[in-house]
Design a protein around this ligand. Structure first.
Ligand SMILES: [Zn+2]
Length: 336
């Protein structure tokens, strides 16, 4: 039974559940039930915005996605940003761009980050954003670094720090160990996924903090979906060579009557090169599988169904919009 999330301080959560949505296990996830509350603004449902048990926090024009299992921990702050709100101007539209990009000013990005923290009632926390480079580098923070570090995952037990990852198609993963009060934020594109960055971040939490993977909660936020993420066969081959169950993360391109290009992935005849076909990769499936391999329980993994490429009205997609798009940010931290 999914419990109604508690009301965050100073803002009203508004849930826009779909009728039903299934996660990657094929299990049907019942939509979150919310009881009407004072000051809760009921908006018409927007199909596809939040799937399954995800909820939306609406505050001053910002719309932030949250997971009830995380929200009910009173000492935890978390959220996945969307395009909405903010002071950046992108093709005449005001957007919440949270990454430093060529088309936007530093001042706008800093103001957008301040707005995000304000919406999450985490103004007093120190945001730690990494210089991401599609690596498997995991940082452990006891305090905020003087300069941004190069890496793609971070973890801490220190209250007052807010860990952030920026994405515009890649998978943002937030982890929390409720027993030891450890949090982590991970950026997983195909390179990071192939390098097992999620598995390595969990390993670091085990080693440094004594985290037991079975206690971990994980949230995989909006990312480019298996519907849209076309990759070359060299990417598929690299995954197949690394992960025994990788074939399940790929799908054929729906181009009519052509033969299924996945056949060569499973049964490549010796001495034959694969045909130069592209395939579709479901990065969230790949990362969910990695989390299960690490020892997480299936019921503790919450996967957003939103595709950044399909839902450019809500999110940013580098693949679809090019370099002149914004960056989403996913944040997690312990309250001071
Ligand atoms: Zn899509």
């Amino acid at each position: 039974m999914i419990k109604t999330p508690p009301v965050a301080r100073g803002v009203s959560p508004a849930a826009f559940p779909l009728a039903t949505a299934s996660d990657y296990t094929g299990r049907v996830v019942a939509p979150t039930k919310t009881s009407p509350r004072k000051r809760t603004v009921r908006k018409p449902p927007r199909p596809g915005f939040s799937s399954g048990s995800w909820t939306e926090l609406a505050s001053h024009g910002l719309r932030i996605l949250q997971v009830p299992a995380f929200s009910k921990l009173p000492w935890l702050i978390h959220g996945f940003s969307t395009r909405h709100g903010g002071v950046s101007s992108l093709n005449g539209e005001k957007v919440l761009n949270l990454g430093f990009t060529g088309w936007d000013t530093r001042g706008n990005v800093l103001e957008n980050r301040r707005l995000l923290q304000s919406a999450l009632a985490s103004d007093s926390q120190t945001l730690i954003a990494l210089k991401q480079f599609h690596s498997d580098v995991v940082h452990l923070f006891d305090s905020a670094p003087a300069e941004p570090c190069r890496g793609d995952a971070s973890t801490t037990t220190r209250p007052g720090l807010l860990l952030g990852v920026q994405t515009a198609d890649c998978v943002p993963i937030l982890l929390v160990d409720p027993k030891k009060r450890v949090v982590a934020a991970i950026h997983a594109g195909w390179r990071g996924t192939l390098a097992r960055i999620a598995r390595k971040a969990i390993g670091r939490m085990q080693m440094e903090y004594g985290t037991k993977p079975a206690n971990l909660l994980a949230a995989l936020g909006p990312a480019i979906g298996g519907c849209c993420y076309e990759v070359g066969n060299e990417v598929a081959t690299a995954f197949i060579s690394q992960f025994p169950n990788a074939a399940a993360w790929f799908d054929e391109l729906r181009t009519g009557d052509e033969p299924n290009p996945l056949q060569w992935l499973n049964m490549m005849p010796p001495g034959h090169q694969p045909s130069p076909k592209n395939v579709l990769l479901d990065l969230r499936k790949a990362n969910r599988s990695q989390l299960l391999d690490a020892g997480l329980r299936p019921q503790n993994i919450f996967v957003s169904g939103l595709c950044t490429a399909c839902r450019r009205d809500l999110l940013f997609s580098y693949r679809k919009e090019g370099a002149a798009t914004g960056r989403l940010m996913s944040v997690i931290g312990l309250r001071p």
